[in-house]
Design a protein. Structure first.
Length: 230
């Protein structure tokens, strides 16, 4: 992929994340500051579509990212920088002395900050879910059948996460679309943690594929640190 195509893909992903609307070439002319015409941008977008990074919904002339496009964006542009503000927003919860309540407050706060659902698994049979209503308020979930399908999965979170509890991983695991246990239009970002008290568990942010990956990554890494210090 050329540098120009990378920049256009980045703009499409970030605008789609914020608006949930396909991004047109005329909009990209306004945003890109690349000094190229709308026709040139359309040609570049066509090449990105042919390569599988973008798609065109039938109802729109704009483009939206595919799972492959999101994955490229994450691997290329989602950085490892520390999020000081995000850290402060979670560290203020440290005054809570009850460990289980403290973990749940972290999960709830992350849901408030992201607008996505958060699942906290502190054992094979203990799954706490918060923020599902926030997630379902997003435009992707106006389809009642989709809401019912995901709700059924949410009701059985222990089954979903039991296999992952057996195989811990060190950093945030990002599963997009078909990789996710929640279906094609969903993504999940998950951490494992092992704390000083001997407890082990997992936390996931769950939302549509257009979730804000960079923000969620920073929050989950900070949550992992806090949960490990209990």
């Amino acid at each position: 992929m050329t540098e120009r195509q990378e920049q256009l893909l980045k703009l499409v992903v970030e605008n789609y994340i914020s608006s949930a609307e396909p991004v047109s070439s005329s909009r990209l002319v306004e945003l890109s500051h690349l000094g190229i015409s709308s026709a040139t941008i359309r040609n570049e977008l066509s090449m990105l579509e042919e390569a599988g990074y973008l798609m065109s919904p039938h109802t729109s002339a704009g483009r939206m990212p595919t799972d492959k496009g999101y994955r490229y964006y994450i691997e290329t542009f989602v950085t490892n920088r520390e999020g000081a503000k995000k850290k402060r927003q979670l560290e203020q919860l440290k005054s809570e002395k009850d460990h289980e309540l403290y973990q749940r407050r972290i999960a709830k706060r992350i849901s408030e900050l992201t607008g996505d659902a958060v699942v906290l698994v502190s054992g094979p049979r203990r799954a706490y879910t918060t923020g599902v209503y926030r997630m379902f308020a997003k435009p992707e979930f106006h389809d009642l059948d989709e809401v019912m399908r995901i709700s059924e999965i949410v009701d059985h979170m222990e089954r979903v996460y039991a296999p992952m509890l057996k195989n811990p991983f060190r950093d945030v695991r990002i599963m997009i679309g078909d990789e996710s246990p929640f279906g094609q239009r969903m993504s999940s970002m998950t951490i494992h943690y092992a704390n000083r008290s001997g407890g082990r568990g997992m936390m996931s942010v769950i939302g549509p594929t257009r979730m804000n990956y960079e923000r969620n990554l920073l929050l989950l890494r900070e949550a992992q640190k806090l949960l490990s210090e209990i």
